[in-house]
Design a protein around this ligand. Sequence first.
Ligand code: SAH
Length: 229
Amino acid sequence: MNNIILNIQPLSALQLEQLHQYYELLITKAKIMNLTTITEEQEVYIKHFYDSLLVLKEESSLDGKTLLDLGSGAGLPGIVLKIAYPALKVTLLDATQKKCQFLQEVIDTLALKDITVICDRAEHFIKEKHETFDLVVARAVASLNILSELALGFVKKGGKFLAMKGASYQEELNSATSAITILGGKLTNKYQYELPLLMGTRCILEITKEKNTPHNYPRPYAKIKQKPL
Ligand code: SAH
């Protein structure tokens, strides 16, 4: 399985071991905790780990940067990114208590440093963290118009929101254009990838924070859903 990962990212023996430990924890708890439906090893390595690494593939000089994984769930992509880039300062945010407990267990077992779990909703956590992260990433959390409102307020001016999307990203992008502008963002790149073994198409949407996000965003979740920007 390591070869699949080494094709995209150079990792040390320790990092590969940490990835494997994470895999073991994931599949042990997946069934009981409803963390992931994918448990076959090769599929986990490709659809979860390789996929997670794609989000920072085009980024350089990551050392010391702050990264928020919004809606981290079982730790994707945040745990994988912390393993691959130990010098990143990572915050994992999720609204579900049992997922946060799992994330803390992974951190403790793998002895990861400079990584924090926050059990909160983005709409609430923003009050403490308006424009404080260099990078915000999110996978499988919400459609892009809603997700942009949740995410862009956290990004520092000049920083980036990297949305992990699938093959149908263009439709999501079309309905998110006005939201992105209102929130101070601009689509600056999109990167399309194929997962190994024909396991799917992925697209990373790079949204750069050009202007400040007004403090009234994100609105309460019911309002965001009812009337997306
Ligand atoms: N990123 C993970 C999890 C996706 S499931 C993966 O790709 O596997 C979406 C997760 O986002 C859930 O765990 C849910 O609790 C969390 N979530 C959804 N809306 C949220 C919000 N507004 N604030 C914080 N977490 C949220």
